[in-house]
Structures are given as structure tokens and as C-alpha cells.
Design a protein around this ligand. Structure first.
Ligand code: ZN
Ligand code: MN
Length: 264
């Protein structure tokens, strides 16, 4: 039985994998969040899972089931939590979920834990959960370490220039835009309907938040920038940069022997 996805292998294969000295588990983190009329609610979860799968194949790591809900969508990075379809967790729940799952993996013997984040708003709450989990594991004698990364941070300047020839406007307004849509067109093309993609100028976001949220402050489409111009070819440029960058970072931090590990 061979799969990098934990939910697809049996417990004995899992135990054999875990017995290897460089066993590494990657936990993808996403959200359930509207992504405009042209893409499904699970984009952040689907992309983090697919990227984790590609990285795990490269490194011989195992991918844990995806955290499919995320911290509340914010107007300046995800269109806002008021939008229909967006179904979120509180910060304490994200932190608690990360802490519990990480501690369980560490308790079973994983010393190398990675969380690969695909939803902007999650980051600090995952950070808190990992910090607590590693601290507790080490108090009880474990050598466990953890890494936290968001995949878009691995898109280099050269790739950005090729994907955004008219200029890059910032990751915060990439919600539902060219980055995510291009990756989806490559990885899950049947789940994207470009005939419903709306062309509009990038959101003009004021540099502060207000409560309650004012829906008029973000574009009606639910996208913070237009997905027009997205393509599977651009998705491939992005995926290559991300998978190479993430794999190299994990390999370096955990001194992994390249492709020495496998799920038997
Ligand atoms: Zn997203
Ligand atoms: Mn998101």
C-alpha cells in the first residue's frame, strides 16, 4: 500500500514509516471560505493538501489529513467572515486543534512536524498551537521540532514577474485572484469555471478594520483581485517554485536524506 496521504494507508504501514529515523509529517491547513463565483469553498484546503502531497512525494514525508476549517476570514485578506459559505473557527479553536493534533503525532514518535498553511488568517493561531505542542512534548523528554510555513512565501521574484507581468500587488489581495485560480486550474481544473470569473480592479483596502464589518468595503465578487489572466501554465510556474522552495526548507531544517524515506 503506497500513498503519501495518511488517511489512505493502514496502521501497520504507518507504524513502519514512523519507525524510520527521519519520519516527517506534514499537516496541511486550509479554510472553508468563499472564493468568488468561479471557485469552490475548499480552495485553501485543496491547495495546501495538493502542495503538501507534492512536497511529501519529493521528500518521502507523510501528509496528515487536512485542517479543513480555518480562522475567521478577514475583509483585507479573505473578503470577510460575513460572506455566505465562509465557515470559520475561533482563534482558540484553531490553536487548540493544532496543539492536540501535533501533540498526538509527537506522542506517537514523530520528531519532525510541519504545518503547511494555505489560509492567510490562520498563521498566528497555528504558531501558538505549535509553540505550545513543542514545549509540552519537550517537557516530557521528546526531541520533537515543528516548522510552520505559508506556501505563497516561497514564490520567488523571478516567478512573480512571470506570473504577474503587469506588476504584483501583494499577497493579501490575492484572495480568489490569479495565484489561487492558476493553481486550481492546474491541480483541480474540473472545479474551476472561468466563464464565471469576474473582471474588476483590485480591491482598494483601507489600512484598518472596523467592527461590525461593512460589506461595502470589499468587492461584491468576493475576490480581492480579478482572477482574469489565471492559467494552468502560470499555476505550473507557481507550483514549481513553491514545491522546490518548501521541500528545500524542510530538507535543510530536518537534515533529511533526499527521497530516502518511503511509505512501504
Ligand atoms: Zn484562498
Ligand atoms: Mn483563505
Amino acid at each position: 500500500m503506497r500513498s503519501v496521504f495518511l488517511e489512505e494507508i493502514d496502521a501497520e504501514s504507518y507504524a513502519n514509516y514512523l519507525a524510520q529515523s527521519h519520519a516527517t509529517v506534514i499537516i496541511p491547513a486550509g479554510a472553508t471560505e468563499q472564493h468568488g463565483p468561479h471557485m469552490p469553498l475548499g480552495v485553501d484546503a485543496m491547495l495546501s493538501r495538493a502542495i503538501a502531497g507534492a512536497v511529501a512525494t519529493r521528500l518521502g514525508a507523510l501528509v496528515a489529513p487536512t485542517l479543513a476549517y480555518g480562522y475567521k476570514s478577514q475583509p483585507r485578506s479573505g473578503g470577510g467572515n460575513h460572506r455566505i459559505g465562509t465557515t470559520s473557527l475561533s482563534g482558540a479553536t484553531v490553536t487548540g486543534q493544532v496543539e492536540d493534533i501535533s501533540r498526538s503525532f509527537m506522542g506517537q514518535g514523530f520528531n519532525n512536524v510541519v504545518i503547511l498553511n494555505g489560509h492567510f488568517e490562520n498563521y498566528q493561531f497555528i504558531y501558538e498551537g505549535l509553540e505550545i505542542a513543542v514545549g509540552r512534548a519537550r517537557e516530557s523528554g521528546s526531541e520533537a521540532r515543528a516548522m510552520l510555513l505559508s506556501y505563497w512565501d516561497f514564490v520567488d521574484e523571478g516567478t512573480l514577474e512571470r506570473v504577474f507581468p503587469d506588476g504584483f500587488l501583494g499577497w493579501d489581495i490575492e484572495h480568489g485572484g490569479v495565484l489561487e485560480t492558476s493553481l486550481m486550474l492546474l491541480l483541480h481544473p474540473e472545479k474551476v469555471d472561468m466563464s464565471r470569473a469576474l473582471s474588476h480592479p483590485p480591491a482598494q483596502l483601507k489600512p484598518y478594520d472596523i467592527f461590525p464589518e461593512d460589506p461595502a468595503r470589499t468587492p461584491d465578487s468576493g475576490c480581492l483581485s480579478s482572477p482574469v489572466g489565471a492559467s494552468a501554465e502560470r499555476g505550473q510556474l507557481l507550483l514549481d517554485a513553491v514545491v522546490n522552495g518548501v521541500a528545500r526548507a524542510i530538507e535543510a531544517e530536518y537534515s533529511l536524506p533526499v527521497a530516502a524515506l518511503e511509505v512501504k
